[in-house]
Design a protein around this ligand. Structure first.
Ligand code: ADP
Ligand code: MG
Length: 215
């Protein structure tokens, strides 16, 4: 995933399972990059917009439908990407807390459950094709990796044990998909088992080569 935009802005994406530390690490990363003098724009998916709000509402709805949810994610991403293209053209360094990488992983799993009889439709391919016409490839995808149990322990929620068990099983699959994508797509796995600062340092080292071409 080498940059195809020499001399212009860069897009860094922070990924990983729930509780991996993405939001915390992305914020620190932005602070550190600003301290170094970079013109940084912090963003996230779902975005801070009415489209992102629609997704958050859908995710809270116990009757939500995975197909419409995937389409909402795609709509939010399309608008996000349109704005980011502009920022990259203005030489900004963009750090995104989750991106299409996230929802394509998560939705491919929920859609596989929703479409058990449609063996001829691979959900991951369907999602890939959906975004392909407008997709904006990141310059670096940092996948914060750690055991799911450790990630869940970081999330101080009061879910019942059965919910935690279900979520843990789902997140095991999410982690496996991220690991497979890291191999296939050249994402960067970042050991996220240590302190926040140690993880941020590893992220900075991983993006250094990407920043070298910056004007
Ligand atoms: P995510 O955005 O991946 O779901 P968060 O950044 O919200 O994760 O982090 C979840 C919780 O874990 C937060 O309370 C945060 O302070 C804590 N946390 C994040 N990174 C670490 C770390 N490296 N070590 C210990 N706790 C962490
Ligand atoms: Mg977060």
């Amino acid at each position: 995933m080498a940059s195809s935009r020499p001399g212009v802005g860069r897009l860094i994406v922070v990924e990983g399972v729930d509780g991996a530390g993405k939001t915390t690490v992305a914020r620190r990363l932005v602070d550190r990059l600003k301290q170094r003098g970079h013109d940084v724009h912090a963003t996230r998916e779902p975005t801070d917009s009415f489209r992102g709000d629609a997704i958050r509402r859908a995710l809270d709805d116990p009757d939500h439908d995975p197909v419409s949810e995937a389409l909402l994610f795609a709509a939010d991403h399309a608008a996000h990407v349109a704005g980011l293209r502009q920022r990259l053209a203005e030489n900004q360094l963009v750090v995104s807390d989750r991106y299409s990488t996230s929802w394509r992983v998560y939705q491919s799993i929920t859609l596989a459950d929703a479409w058990p009889d449609q063996a001829d439709v691979d959900p991951a391919t369907w999602l890939e094709d959906l975004v392909a016409p407008f997709e904006l490839a990141p310059d670096r995808v940092l996948v914060l990796d750690l055991p799911v149990e450790q990630a869940l322990a970081r999330l101080d929620d009061r879910a019942r044990e059965t919910e935690k068990f279900e979520r843990g099983r789902f997140l095991e699959t999410v982690r496996e998909r991220y690991q497979a994508l890291t191999e296939q797509e050249g994402y960067t796995a970042v050991d996220a088992t240590g302190s926040i600062e140690a993880t941020v340092d590893t992220c900075l080292q991983a993006i250094d080569p990407v920043l070298e071409g910056e004007p």
